[in-house]
Design a binder for this molecule. Structure first.
Ligand code: FAD
Ligand code: DLZ
Length: 518
């Protein structure tokens, strides 16, 4: 009996569970570019191009391997995946539709209604591209008040055997971050990433996106990304040989005009299914075993993947759908307009948002400590912040984006994921980046027209939630420092923060070309 095998745009993996037991001589693969997936958020235009080009290349690989692929392209005007499935069912008359579980709750909820809607059995299989199943994560989380990533990570180290000697971590420690995370000198030598894909399929897709999404977020060219498994593997190999040895030491450093630093730039391919996380980690471990990369760098890199990546997915599925609506700090400010334009006098934000517009990429610390911390300090509405992050990055899928945004970056879950908020004043930005050098504001000044707005915003954020932070052992000392300030200084800082927030609201209402913030 024929099966229809649905492959989603981020399931571009030849041994995906949906293919289990399938027969190329009998079954049909369905892939569809549809308006609903292209439009459920304002995707960066390079993300649209990346997903469509990678889908088309994957369909070609499947055909070359003998599969019949019913591929529906965007210009055919299909509304959504259910419509694509209904039309494919009418055409191919399968007895069963098989899929692998989608990454996002939104789509899973929709697919749960498909049996009734489509009138045939729908089998949804587990996604084994992840190392920890949703059920295993739920079992680990059971009975824990807070979900400490470091504890989860040790479970994953033991389970995968990565960087282990029997039951013990290699080097005698689980975590070598004390040796990582230094500031960087602007003269630092940095390896260049590979140029983006440039082949007939990609060119056709770029023209399609230019035509259909003229007003969407982000620059479409130069296109920076790989769109095939071979391309992703070349990007992986470049990272392992050229950047991994320095990954740890500059992991938290930011330099103006340097978006890539020693970061992997591999999240788009991991999330699309073009690279396998365990294979990538094994290769990184091999670099250390061969003496080509230090343990601190390799351990830090592996932790991001078998630790953070698996952990945020686990939290997502454990807590959805309620998680998306959490707002523990009752944050209500609209996200400033400059998040879409990069037009602000604050050099750090202008740099990170400008780079995001140009490339669809920002590294972790730019996302967390620049775009994220500023939104946290001003009390931006977490749903707006979430919609922004889900849209603007080429690697964005809700399962990974939402816990990072709501939990780690905005503390909107009240501390389930992060033990303290990632709040920081201008001193942090000045220590970890060279952005302040090119800024008209002075990071050392707290008050006055040249004072960096982050300083007043930081203290205002502490003051607004002082009762909450006083109960948090990692924040209590800061609340004490705030309480020790003279009343006049407190009043002046809060007034400066209020003036900044007022100016933001004015700027939001202003027409194009209005004066930039503060
Ligand atoms: P590297 O820094 O080189 O890290 C290597 C790999 O580790 C990454 O490719 C990624 O797969 C994984 N990784 C690292 N940190 C995390 C993390 N916190 N959570 C999950 N995986 C991680 N990552 C996404 O893949 N998609 C998102 O939509 C996304 N949204 C984010 C939103 C916010 C507010 C924050 C703070 C982080 C977000 N991240 C997201 C995590 C992280 O910023 C990116 O994975 C990383 O910047 C990708 O670049 P890279 O491949 O150069 O990563
Ligand atoms: C991200 C994306 C986009 C832009 N377009 C499509 C599409 O047209 N067809 C498709 O099957 N998948 C697309 N995707 C990926 C899906 O949004 C993704 O599978 C879900 O969000 C679940 O993670």
């Amino acid at each position: 009996q024929r099966r229809l095998i649905l492959i989603l745009g981020d399931q571009l993996t030849p041994d995906l569970s949906a293919f289990d037991g399938a027969d190329p001589a009998r079954d049909v693969v369905l892939m569809a570019e549809v308006a609903a997936e292209a439009g459920y958020v304002d995707h960066h235009r390079q993300k649209l191009a990346l997903v469509f080009a990678a889908m088309r290349h994957f369909a070609a690989e499947l055909r070359a391997a003998g599969w019949t692929v019913d591929y529906r392209a965007l210009p055919e005007g299909l509304a959504d995946l259910a419509t694509a499935a209904a039309e494919a069912i009418a055409r191919h008359r399968p007895a069963l539709l098989i899929a692998t579980e989608p990454g996002e709750y939104r789509l899973q909820a929709e697919m749960e209604g498909w049996e009734d809607r489509l009138g045939l059995p729908v089998l949804i299989r587990q996604d084994r591209r992840f190392l920890c199943t949703r059920e295993d994560f739920a079992a680990w989380a059971e009975g824990r008040r807070t979900l400490v990533m470091e504890h989860f990570y040790r479970v994953m180290r033991r389970r995968t055997g990565l960087l282990m000697e029997g039951e013990a971590p290699v080097g005698g420690r689980w975590n070598f971050d004390a040796e990582n995370r230094k500031p960087a000198r602007p003269s630092l030598f940095l390896p260049a990433p590979l140029p983006g894909a440039d082949d007939p399929v990609t060119r056709e897709v770029l023209a399609l996106v230019a035509d259909r999404f003229p007003a969407s977020f982000g620059a479409l060219t130069p296109f920076r990304w790989q769109v095939t498994r071979a391309g992703a593997e070349a990007a992986r190999d470049r990272f392992l040989t050229e950047a991994l040895p320095h990954f740890g030491e500059t992991q938290d450093a930011m330099l103006a005009g340097q978006p890539w630093m020693h970061h992997a730039l591999l999240s788009p391919y991991l999330n699309l299914g073009l690279l396998d996380p365990l294979d990538l980690c094994s290769r990184a471990e091999a670099e250390w075993r061969a003496g080509r990369a230090p343990l601190a760098a390799v351990e830090g890199f592996i932790r991001q993947i078998i630790g953070w990546r698996e952990y945020v997915r686990g939290v997502y599925w454990l807590k959805m759908p309620g998680y998306a609506a959490t707002n523990a700090l009752d944050a209500r400010q609209p996200l400033p307009d400059f998040y879409w334009t990069g037009r602000t006098d604050m050099a750090c934000l202008s740099e990170v948002i400008g780079q995001t517009i140009a490339t669809g990429y920002a590294n972790h610390i730019q996302r967390l400590m620049i775009a994220g911390t500023y939104a946290l300090l001003i009390g931006a509405d977490p749903v707006q912040v979430h919609r922004w992050y889900l849209g603007v990055y080429v690697d964005a899928y809700e399962w990974v984006e939402l816990p990072n945004t709501l939990g780690m970056s905005q503390f909107a879950d009240g501390g389930l994921l992060a033990t303290k908020p990632y709040a920081a004043s201008a001193a942090y930005v000045n220590r970890m980046s060279d952005y302040c050098r090119g800024c008209r504001f002075d990071p050392k000044m707290r008050l006055g027209p040249r004072a960096c707005p982050w300083n007043a915003l930081y203290w205002d954020f502490i003051a607004r939630h002082a009762d909450r932070w006083a109960r948090n052992p990692r924040m209590a000392v800061i609340v004490k420092a705030w309480a020790a300030k003279p009343a006049e200084e407190q009043a002046a800082l809060r007034a400066a923060a209020a003036a900044h927030l007022g100016a933001l609201r004015g700027y939001d209402a202003a027409a194009e070309g209005a004066p930039p913030v503060p």
